[in-house]
Design a protein around this ligand. Structure first.
Ligand SMILES: C[S@@+](CC[C@H](N)C(=O)[O-])C[C@H]1O[C@@H](n2cnc3c(N)ncnc32)[C@H](O)[C@@H]1O
Length: 264
């Protein structure tokens, strides 16, 4: 074998060994043609409603460091678990109907973790009752996005997330709008408002292109044109943080503590 030929083979072999990494996003428009990257699969791309692994990768690059604790209260097929483990983050994944060996069965409205103990939360919640995730009565995906109860139950989840997050730490919430039976429901904006009401501070809003949807077929594109409506082309990734306490609030807390000790 010629020397030059040998080097080419060696380079190709080396390239194969290098893990493919997702693009580090610098704009508010994210678009992925596939669900996962790299040699090892992340989550299960056959799971209906699986999250693109790229989203979680980007969030943890920006908002966490090695060994930080990341929590996903609705982890489904476990994409967050797989991404975090590969990136050397500690991770806890819960779901009402867990589909990953390391996911723990739990209702997201009561998360079994201490207050102020988590470095980042990612959640891709149901967007309404468009997907049948389980037969569990406590599955929030059984409630229509047109029903106020849907937002009340997700607010309970948001309150729990707020409780477990450390001050100044980030939540990423992936959510899509709904257009069903000639009715548009801006689910994303409603969740955004609910998160602000809970106390989170807005940081940014990303549009993630929706691909591989069951409606991405010729017949649905034809219907959208004929009956004058739009197919959902994007989801929102809402990025917010639990605010840090202001200094006077911290001082007030300290003073209260001193008073309490004096009268003990
Ligand atoms: C969009 S899927 C999550 C997909 C996941 N990120 C993945 O990549 O596979 C929404 C998940 O919410 C879960 N879920 C619905 N209600 C829940 C509840 N009350 N507590 C915990 N999980 C719940 C469903 O079982 C489903 O797995």
């Amino acid at each position: 074998m010629k020397e030059e030929q040998k080097t080419n083979i060696e380079i190709e072999k080396k390239n194969d060994e290098i893990e493919e990494l997702p693009p580090f996003e610098t704009t508010t428009l994210w678009d992925y043609s596939k669900q996962s990257y790299g040699k090892n699969k992340k989550g299960n791309n056959k799971f209906q409603g699986v999250t693109p692994a790229f989203i979680i990768w980007n969030l943890i690059q920006r908002y966490t460091k090695s060994k930080d604790l990341v929590v996903d209260p609705m982890v489904g097929s476990g994409t967050t678990i797989d991404v975090c483990e590969e990136e050397n983050r500690r991770v806890m994944g819960y779901d009402i109907n867990p589909q990953h060996p390391k996911a723990i069965k739990n209702d997201a409205r009561k998360i079994p973790l201490e207050d102020d103990s988590v470095d980042m939360v990612f959640i891709d919640s149901p967007y309404g009752n468009n997907v049948n995730y389980s037969n569990e009565a406590s599955d929030i995906g059984k409630i229509s996005a047109e029903d106020p109860k849907f937002y009340e139950e997700l607010e309970k989840v948001a309150v729990e997330i707020y409780r477990i997050l450390k001050e100044g730490k980030v939540i990423g919430w992936l959510i899509g709008d709904q257009w069903v039976k000639k009715k548009f429901t801006p689910v994303g904006f409603k969740i955004y408002q609910m998160l602000e009401k809970v106390g989170f501070e807005p940081m940014d809003l990303i549009c993630v292109a929706r691909r591989n949807q069951s409606s991405n077929t010729r017949i649905w594109h034809y219907r959208a044109q004929k009956f004058n409506f739009f197919l959902r082309g994007h989801k929102y990734l809402i990025i917010m943080k639990k605010p840090e306490k202001k200094e006077d609030e911290t001082n007030e807390k300290k003073e209260n503590k001193i008073k309490w000790q004096r009268y003990k």
